[in-house]
Design a protein around this ligand. Structure first.
Ligand code: GLN
Length: 442
């Protein structure tokens, strides 16, 4: 599908797949060099920005997020803001206050989360690149479920200016695409120092030149708890990597087991403070009885417009930070984070990357997700969370398909600032991988 056709058919495509929350009305590609979409937690001047939350309905930011600003300056046209879990809270994009994106390979299944709409757009639309955001795995998980390439860079590589924060010490903006080469191409545009985000100011130069991935380490902890199908597809993929000349070793990384509980303490603690600003006064909805006392007014607005998962995370995070408990929970979680970082550093001294499947199963059906408890869905993140709490760059590549034709992804984690080895393996892998596009009909 050409760019022009894509724009004309966009609305119909979207009716079927529900990837966009907001879309451009301007169907003329004009002289734009490329089309892109962005997760709806990145502010955009000409489109409503809600971060998947009803509390932000009607919010029209007055500025572009740096990553969007840079893509536009490079000749990109923003065609849509993608559906996501509310504020990024989820693994399947089903915790959205708005539309829930459908998996391009099977409409009864989820796209993954929380950048589900971005992965869907990257999978369904040709020549398309989508910006995603990862806090605990939200780029790699949906990339894996939708059979596309996705990279979350080192924490601090891309400015978070204009990002509606989930967990400030964790959030990273990255890229999803059908084509491996797009990861390098578009990351080069969005990366770099930005005075409006101090955490981006200390990064080394972005060397994106080719560097062959020579060796990977597979942690034993990363291949436990997999579905049979993911296990067998991953095994074949590892054989193929070996045949590409990559040395594969098996290692122990005992800290990985503790990353998931630590993550949910850190992430919810930060999220619960970030959500304090949504009180029905500055952004989005302003309604209700203005003569009420402030506490009563904001309780009314927050009760009505936050979804269940946002409320759960406010409770969890507030509890974790409660006076007298901070040391027991938050401080301990930070210690675990350091132990995880040390474990990666140890293994990455002798290997180019740590490798495991991206997700322990393929995209689940909506009917199965609705039966999952919150804890069960948190647990699904055990493979993506460790690299996120370590702030290390990570990449998901499609590595095969299960017996029902659903994509399986594998995730490479490199050392801080070493994205180049990830771009290179993505491109090398793509050359010999038989990507099965979903059948897109409207
Ligand atoms: N599933 C994880 C969570 O719910 C990660 C989400 C994310 O990276 N935004 O927190």
């Amino acid at each position: 599908m050409s760019s022009a056709d894509t724009l004309r058919d966009l609305k119909r495509i979207n009716e079927k797949y529900q990837m966009f929350h907001a879309m451009t009305d301007d169907v003329d590609a004009g002289d734009s060099k490329f089309l892109f979409s962005a997760k709806d937690n990145l502010t955009s001047k000409d489109m409503e920005t809600c971060a998947g939350s009803r509390i932000l309905e009607g919010y029209h930011p007055v500025f572009d997020a740096t990553s969007i600003e840079k893509l536009r300056a490079a000749g990109g046209k923003l065609i849509g803001k993608t559906n996501m879990d509310e504020f990024g809270f989820g693994t399947f994009s089903t915790n959205s206050g708005f539309e829930i994106p459908r998996n391009p390979y099977d409409l009864d299944r989820a796209c993954g989360g929380s950048s589900g709409g971005s992965a869907c757009a990257a999978s369904v639309i040709d020549d398309h690149v989508s910006l995603g955001v990862s806090t605990g795995g939200s780029i790699c998980c949906p990339a894996s479920f939708c059979g596309v390439y996705g990279i979350a860079p080192t924490y601090g590589r891309v400015s978070r200016h204009g990002l509606i924060d989930y967990g400030n010490s964790l959030d990273k903006i990255g890229v999803l695409s059908q084509k491996a080469a797009d990861l390098r191409k578009y990351m080069e545009i969005i990366a770099g120092k930005d005075e409006r985000d101090p955490t981006s100011m200390v990064q080394p130069d972005f060397d994106t030149s080719y560097k062959k991935m020579e060796s990977v380490a597979i942690p034993k902890e990363g291949i436990e708890g997999l579905s049979k199908e993911v296990e067998s597809v991953f095994k074949d993929a590892v054989e193929r990597l070996k045949s590409m000349g990559v040395q594969v070793d098996y290692v122990d990384m005992p800290s990985l087991k503790y990353a998931m509980p630590a993550y949910y303490i850190l992430a919810t603690s930060e999220a619960s403070t970030n959500l304090a600003r949504y009180v029905g006064m500055r952004y989005g909805h302003q309604e209700g009885d203005h003569s009420l006392k402030f506490d009563d007014y904001f309780t009314e607005v927050r009760s009505k417009y936050f979804g269940d998962e946002a409320k759960r995370r406010i409770l969890l995070g507030t509890y974790a930070r409660m006076a007298g408990f901070g040391g027991r929970h938050y401080a301990k979680a930070r210690e675990v984070r350091q132990v995880v970082i040390n474990d990666y550093k140890r293994v990455l001294e002798t290997h180019d990357a740590v490798l495991a499947p991206t997700m322990p199963f393929t995209a689940p059906r909506f009917s199965d997700i609705s039966k999952m408890s919150a804890l069960e869905s948190y647990k699904a993140d055990y493979l993506t969370v460790p690299a996120n709490i370590a702030g290390t760059p990570h990449l998901s590549v499609p590595c095969g398909y299960d017996s029902e034709g659903m994509p399986v992804g594998m995730q490479f984690v490199a050392d801080h600032w070493n994205e180049r080895v990830l771009f290179s393996i993505a491109e090398d892998w793509e050359k010999q991988f038989d990507l099965r596009r979903p059948e897109v009909s409207i």
